[in-house]
Design a protein around this ligand. Structure first.
Ligand SMILES: Cc1cc2nc3c(=O)[nH]c(=O)nc-3n(C[C@H](O)[C@H](O)[C@H](O)COP(=O)(O)OP(=O)(O)OC[C@H]3O[C@@H](n4cnc5c(N)ncnc54)[C@H](O)[C@@H]3O)c2cc1C
Length: 296
């Protein structure tokens, strides 16, 4: 019996399964589909030999995520590709606002074509990201509630910076675009990215997400896995299996019969959750103790 059964082999589950295996757990992943990846998959849709992504396509957050970075997926076949322009928003007349991967001046130049001074407005907006982006990501990507990460963010902002940042955090992207830029270019960059995250231009908080995605585009680009999205999931699966984790494909997991909450150190027993087999100091359910310090 494995120490942990992970239901589903989407990217979140594969990250969790990899971290459990790294911590010494015996992990079994059950995936209902015949292939791993969930909404991070690709296939031959158009004609043989042409790979298309079936759902998601670009992964700035995967590149920025500490949980994924530590997996070193490049050692398991993942190759990231980046384009010179991470994203672009063309407008009538031939102009376009674009985020140029790792080139702030080039991004600023596209904003400047819409209004004098908007290039510097982009530099200032991205400068805010350079100051606090890593701490903001820490707060968003660490387990909830992210108290320590939020405290680090507040410390970086300083007493005079917290309130303006909180205000920016709830602004609709339409309003933020009007406040930050004189022309249409910068707002289009922010709004396009906010709408990608399923916000409306008037949604509370849409400015923060538009800024976050646009800033990641500036910093790391919009990376895509060479060979399609499935290569990201594939690398996670290969890493897991190379370290002894198992994945059963075409194997739907059913909810455990008894839904008692697990306690610290408790493992699944034979036949689903069995609170009677709990071992809160770290023994394997059904015998064979294990050092609790190895748990994540
Ligand atoms: C159209 C689309 C476009 C997107 N674009 C992007 C993008 O460009 N960039 C980006 O970063 N994100 C994008 N996303 C979001 C991203 O794909 C998801 O955030 C991510 O896939 C969520 O991963 P997950 O592991 O939580 O779930 P999922 O990817 O949904 O995976 C869940 C897995 O669990 C399996 N499963 C469910 N129930 C069971 C069961 N009982 N037994 C066994 N298996 C089960 C499913 O078959 C599936 O394989 C997009 C999503 C969609 C739908």
């Amino acid at each position: 019996m494995p120490d942990a059964i992970v239901i589903g082999a989407g990217p979140n589950a594969l990250v969790a399964a990899n971290h459990l295996v790294d911590a010494g757990w015996d992990v079994l992943v059950l995936e209902a589909n015949d292939e791993v990846g969930g909404a991070v998959r690709s296939g031959e849709l158009v004609e043989p030999g042409f790979t298309s992504d079936l759902f998601s396509a670009f992964y700035p957050l995967a590149v920025a995520s500490p949980a994924i970075r530590t997996l070193r997926l490049e050692e398991h076949g993942l190759r990231w590709c980046r384009s010179a322009l991470a994203c672009a928003h063309p407008t009538p007349g031939g102009a376009y606002a674009a985020v140029a991967t790792d080139d702030v001046d080039a991004t600023a130049a596209t904003c400047e074509t819409y209004a004098a001074g908007d290039g510097d407005a982009w530099r200032a907006l991205y400068g805010r990201w350079e100051e606090v982006g890593d701490r903001l990501l820490g707060a968003l990507l660490t387990p909830f509630p992210p108290l320590r990460a939020a405290a680090r963010l507040a410390a970086k902002l300083g007493p005079s910076g917290v309130l303006p940042f909180l205000r920016f955090g709830v602004l609709p992207v339409r309003r933020a675009g009007e406040e930050e830029f004189a022309g249409a270019g910068g707002p289009l960059i922010l709004a396009g990215n906010a709408l990608h995250a399923d916000f409306l231009p008037e949604s509370t908080g849409s400015a923060l997400f538009g800024w976050l995605l646009a800033s990641l585009a500036q910093q790391v680009g919009f990376p895509v896995p060479e060979g399609g999205a499935g290569q990201l999931s594939g690398a996670m699966a290969r890493r897991l299996e190379a370290r002894g984790g198992r994945i059963e494909r075409g194997a739907p997991g059913r909810p455990a019969r008894r839904a008692a909450p697990l306690r610290v150190g408790q493992r699944h027993g034979e036949g689903g959750l069995d609170p009677g087999r709990a071992d809160p100091v770290g023994g394997r359910a059904g015998g064979g103790g294990r050092d609790r310090a190895r748990r994540p």
